[in-house]
Design a protein around this ligand. Structure first.
Ligand code: PHE
Length: 502
């Protein structure tokens, strides 16, 4: 005789009601069982060969936060067209925006989609005109309502028009599509026979109460056995953001290699960001295109006169360095301008101005800013991994070894160095890594030995190895992502999916 517990019996009965084959969600709805209880019952029924469990990887479609909002209030273009039709089909855009009570950020979206869907057109720039008196619900809107009611749907269960709508709404970031394992239960012959005979419900208790003991009822009670191998419910404990984990790992590697961490302010004077690094004041990197200059306050303080004068002379004629300099009149005003630092080399050179005695091994992993157009490979703020080594007799080869060791700890083994150019180092090189998955070489960092024009004004008499490179590149490889914006987007599902330990 097969002995079944209450939940298993209920699962079998629900399955029978559903014609012998159904998904876990359907069974949950058709019985009064919780999702986890059906999952547990499924495991035992599977072992007893009363049901077969079909597992399938499926694309599951769910609403994003913004999607939920639109599902409840209507898509921005729907709210706008409704307002327009209510106003007689023609009105000024501004009036309609007001009437539709649309958040400012949704206005261009609403206008764009009304146009794309052919619902309305703009006449002489200001007047909006509806093309029809009534506009039926589109496949995208039907899908939003469906998902709002059901919570989620698998891609395959949707009809063709809804599937097309998934693509569009995903592009609008109103949906999230994730791969999940979906389980279907099917009654086996043995299972059908058993339910056919009629099941006798055995009531089980999962907790022994004082009452059961005092009354002696425990003698007749059937206690539920625990299945310690059953999957528990998923839960998402708090954890550090994946990007912070990578930052932390970079820090730990440098600390283990005997480096000390330094940090500096996000806002620096152009002096430390550029001038001290022998970058001429008309250098293209300083232009507004790349650098964020502060509007208020505009200028900061320069360091002590002797350092400033030495930098000025080095730029103008090379000073005592043996170089000819850049041959222009150096301006202290230009050097005083405040910028959001464009690289953390500003911090290492500043550190050198105050620490001249070798050995020095310092690093920083910190934020920098550049006025870049944001796309899947660029963001206007990102992190750099930076550092210097100062000691008697150190050479570029020492730095190559240090960096190889560092990147190897991130699993980046095939690192190569190529000659390249920076205004503040000579020789200069660039480290790249071969990524087999992408079949390409990726730039990791710039490096070199600070030039005499950089060292002399700071009073440094020893060779200085310096390097700096993007952290996000390493993070993307480490986290297996292809879009640099992802770690900055607060996508909860991505954060949850990304494991705590890599
Ligand atoms: N500062 C350079 C950059 O931002 C990198 C670099 C640092 C190059 C130190 C040489 C020495 O790309």
């Amino acid at each position: 005789m097969v002995e079944l517990r209450e939940n298993e019996q209920k699962t079998l009965l629900a399955l029978q009601k559903l014609n012998g084959k159904a998904g876990v969600n359907q069974i949950t709805q058709a019985s009064d069982l919780a999702h986890a209880a059906v999952m547990r019952a499924m495991l035992t029924l599977g072992e007893k060969k009363l049901v077969t469990v079909h597992e399938q990887e499926q694309k599951v479609v769910e609403l994003s936060e913004e999607g939920k909002q639109h599902a409840e209030q209507g898509l921005p273009e729907r709210r706008m067209i409704n307002a327009l039709i209510e106003s007689g089909g023609k009105a000024e855009t501004e009036a309609i925006v007001e009437k539709a009570r649309l958040d400012q950020k949704f206005v261009p979206i609403a206008l764009g989609w009304m146009h794309r869907k052919g619902w309305a057109a703009l006449e002489d720039k200001r007047m909006l005109k509806a093309k029809e008196k009534a506009i039926p619900e589109g496949a995208d809107e039907k899908l939003l309502s469906l998902l709002n009611a059901k919570g989620s749907a698998t891609f395959d269960e949707l009809d063709k028009s809804a599937q097309d709508a998934v693509m569009v709404l995903k592009g609008r970031k109103l949906l999230e599509v994730t791969e999940k394992t979906v389980r279907q239960l099917e009654l086996t012959d043995a299972g059908s026979q058993l339910v056919g005979k009629g099941l006798e419900l055995i009531t089980e208790v999962s907790q022994l109460t004082p009452d059961l003991i005092i009354t002696g009822k425990w003698r007749e009670t059937k206690l539920r056995k625990f299945d310690v191998t059953a999957a528990g419910p998923e839960f998402y404990p708090a954890k550090a953001h994946p990007l912070q984990q990578v930052i932390q790992k970079a820090r730990e590697i440098f600390l283990e290699l005997g480096f000390t961490e330094i940090r500096g302010p996000l806002v620096e004077t152009a002096f430390w960001n550029f001038d001290a690094l022998f970058q001429p004041q008309d250098h293209p990197a300083r232009e507004m295109m790349d650098t964020f200059y502060l509007a208020n306050p505009k200028a900061g303080a320069l360091p002590k006169k002797s350092v400033v004068n030495a930098v000025a002379k080095t730029h103008e004629n090379g000073w005592v360095t043996g170089s000819k300099g850049w041959g222009y009149k150096w301006s202290p005003e230009e050097a005083r301008r405040l910028v959001l630092r464009t690289h953390t080399t500003a911090e290492t050179i500043k550190y050198l101005s105050k620490h001249r005695k070798p050995p020095i091994k310092v690093f920083s992993v910190d934020r920098v800013y550049r006025n870049e157009r944001v796309d899947y490979r660029h963001t206007a703020e990102f992190h750099q991994i930076e550092g210097i080594v100062v000691d008697k007799g150190v050479t570029l080869r020492d730095l190559m070894g240090t960096l190889k060791t560092f990147y190897a700890r991130f699993g980046l083994k095939k690192v190569r160095f190529w000659p390249c150019y920076f205004p503040y180092t000579e020789p200069s090189a660039e480290a790249t890594v071969y990524v087999p998955k992408l079949k390409t070489w990726i730039e990791l960092c710039g490096m070199g030995m600070f030039r005499p024009e950089v060292l002399a004004p700071m009073g440094i008499k020893y060779p200085v190895l310096a390097w700096g490179g993007g952290l996000e590149r390493v993070a993307m490889l480490e986290l297996g992502i292809e879009d640099i914006r992802l770690p900055y987007g607060n996508s909860l599902s991505w954060i949850r999916r990304t494991p705590l330990c890599q």
